[in-house]
Design a protein around this ligand. Structure first.
Ligand SMILES: Cc1ncc(COP(=O)(O)O)c(C=O)c1O
Length: 447
């Protein structure tokens, strides 16, 4: 085929066809696009200049809000000074600085930070470290990974294997072998309209004992859970659940992995949910909020003993055969340091903790609206279950998201007929009220 002429290239249009959007119904989107042109603070701006409240902190990531000057400046300066440095066998100073700062925020001896570029990579990294940890200690029979129903751990093969969302799994073949799942911790019957951690459900952690009895602990490497399951609709852990999971893992030599991709960096009023619950996992996955969503970044924090298990053999030999070209990318690290400064200087985690009761109270005003089956609130996050329309699951939720954007100037998240609302941590008291008034109008409109 002849190369395109200059005239043909000049005729090329910038239309919506080429981009295959992720986790988006492409045809519906392209019929009525929701385009965002710029952002500042709590707001997005559409190409025609309409201000839209960001009720989801980006995608659970812009915890310090959008386009913060210090983060923008840090990225700009870093790009001018060092755009990239080889990530294997070489390193740059900010990667060490950020690792130290992240480790200092984590509880206990969660001291060693491995960087990657997303939550999905963080999960796959943690699962691989867990498998390799047992291997290097001579317990190579521990190959099973235990996830949880309704869990979301990103979209890598590891993450969808331990994840518990049917549509994220059923199209993609046989996934990883040797995976089992704990039951979800949610029960509407026992937990409806919970503020914070529900009273009912700690006993569901004991299901791990059943799984151990079935497979033998000697075959199980790790258990992975989100302390609060965000993507399937803000499911807080029942009181005492995580403590019980920790105790059972300890009893059987199983590593406990917390996926804190959403809960990390303030969403539950602490640097990490591990701190809120006083439960220290062996591996902790983070991403999103580490640099307020400004540059792709993720990571895994390992306890001292996990890291130490690998530090044997000849010194010139690689200890863990894993890593990414963009692990600890200089722009991501620079943005991370600036974001952590903002979180510290503006006390954003404490702020979230202080606002939590007000946030929950505002979310609960939705109780009793037509079609509202449940409202859950924890930290600066709320999940609202709407009744599916007969014969059309997900339709009401989708319309709610569209109406929120087009009619109420509000971005919210949907999973099926469940809405999630989780604005940046700088949200004000008044803005919380306004956001839930908008959500209430949307719910009435889709009734
Ligand atoms: C708990 C959890 N783990 C992993 C991921 C995947 O992160 P990413 O989309 O950055 O790969 C997400 C994303 O929402 C998440 O909520």
């Amino acid at each position: 085929m002849a190369p395109p002429t200059a005239a043909a290239l000049a005729r090329q249009t910038n239309d919506l066809d080429a981009f295959w959007l992720p986790f988006t119904p492409n045809r519906a989107f392209k019929r009525a696009p929701r385009l965002i042109a710029r952002a500042k603070g709590m707001h997005y701006f559409t190409p025609d200049g309409r201000a839209v409240v960001d009720g989801l902190a980006g995608l659970w990531c812009s915890n310090a809000d959008h386009n913060r000057d210090p983060i923008v400046a840090a990225i700009r300066d870093q790009a001018a000074e060092l755009d990239y440095a080889a990530a294997f066998h070489f390193a740059h100073a900010k990667s060490f600085e950020l690792a130290s700062r992240v480790a200092a925020l984590a509880p206990g001896d969660l001291n060693r930070v491995f960087f990657c570029n997303s939550g999905s990579e963080a999960v796959d990294t943690a699962l691989k470290i867990a498998l390799a940890y047992h291997n290097v200690r001579g317990e190579g029979s521990r190959t099973r990974l235990i996830g949880r129903e309704r869990g979301y751990h990103g979209v890598g093969f590891g993450g969808i294997s331990v994840g518990g969302i049917v549509n994220n799994r059923k199209f993609f073949g046989t996934l990883l072998a040797g995976v089992d799942h704990l039951p979800a911790t949610y029960s509407r019957e026992h937990q409806a309209f919970s503020k914070g951690e529900p009273e009912w459900g700690a006993h569901l952690a004991d299901e791990l004992e059943r799984i151990v009895a079935l497979h033998s602990a000697s075959t199980i490497a790790a258990v992975i859970v989100e302390p609060m399951a965000g993507s399937t609709g803000v499911l807080a852990p029942p009181k005492g659940y995580l403590e019980r999971l920790r105790a059972i893992c300890d009893k059987h030599g199983i590593l406990l992995i917390f996926d804190e991709v959403i809960t990390g960096f303030g969403r539950l009023g602490h640097a990490f949910a591990a701190e809120r619950y006083g439960v220290t996992p062996d591996l902790l996955c983070f991403a999103k909020g580490v640099n307020s969503g400004a540059v792709p970044m993720g990571g895994v924090i390992a306890r001292e003993g996990v890291y130490e298990a690998f530090m044997h053999g000849p010194e010139h030999a690689i200890e863990l055969f894993h890593g990414y070209t963009y692990s600890a990318h200089p722009l991501a690290c620079a943005a991370g340091l600036a974001a952590l400064d903002l979180y510290r200087d503006e006390n954003l985690f404490e702020r979230a903790r202080r606002l939590e009761p007000r946030y929950a109270e505002a979310a609960m005003t939705l109780k009793g609206l037509p079609g509202v089956l449940d409202v859950r609130a924890i930290g600066i996050a709320a999940g609202i279950d709407l009744a599916p329309r007969p014969g059309g699951p997900g339709e009401r939720g989708y319309e709610a998201m569209e109406r929120a954007f087009h009619d109420e100037d509000l971005v919210i998240r949907i999973t099926g007929d469940t809405l999630a609302v989780a604005p940046p941590l700088i949200v004000s008291d008044d803005e919380i009220g306004q956001i839930f008034e908008k959500v209430a109008r949307v719910i009435r409109a889709v009734a």
